[in-house]
Ligand binder design. Structure first.
Ligand SMILES: [Cu+2]
Length: 176
């Protein structure tokens, strides 16, 4: 009996080790130069810039990957009152609130107030909007190249400038 238990334990260990290997191989495949040596940095070392197509009250700093080509992790800041009106993304978007308070609203559902530690997933093509209630800082993981498509009340795609006008924001034209 003891032998069976320890064998089970061994099998479980092998399975766990196997998963870790698969994870490290896939993360290596996505790694850019900086991640080959590992990365550890604080906010003070990050450079924040406006993101074309997003309102100018939002700034982002890419932490890993290349958002124009594939999966990425972006650290973002949003000023209180900043709103990213109704839109959808091609990638599945995973969002984690580091600090501040924000409101996430999925189309057809009640808005949810998110605080530090809060988490949200916006699946590919799922329409949502996002608003900073207080200054907030968040991580966004996109599992494919990042894009943003704004829509009107009829879910018809509209240009960023038109979407921003409706919520009195200005769309950033460049990274700065
Ligand atoms: Cu979004």
């Amino acid at each position: 009996m003891k032998k069976i238990v320890s064998m089970r334990h061994q099998v479980r260990l092998i399975i766990v080790t196997g998963c870790v290997l698969v994870l490290s191989v896939s993360s290596l495949a996505q790694a850019n130069d900086s991640t080959v040596h590992g990365v550890a940095r604080n906010m003070g070392q990050m450079t924040f810039m406006t993101v074309p197509g997003l309102p100018t009250c939002t700034q982002g700093s890419v932490q890993n990957g290349d958002p124009s080509k594939g999966p990425s992790i972006i650290f973002a800041k949003m000023a209180a009152g900043c709103i990213i009106p109704w839109h959808w993304h091609t990638p599945n978007e995973h969002l984690m609130i580091v600090s501040g308070v924000a409101s996430a609203e999925m189309k057809g559902e009640k808005p949810v107030t998110l605080r530090a530690g809060g988490f949200a997933i916006m699946p590919s093509h799922h329409i949502h909007q996002f608003r900073a209630i207080k200054d907030c800082v968040l991580y966004i993981y996109s599992d494919a190249a990042f894009d943003i498509h704004y829509v009107d009340g009829q879910e018809k795609e509209i240009p960023p400038d038109e979407a921003m006008k409706a919520v009195k924001e200005t769309a950033a034209k460049e990274m700065k």
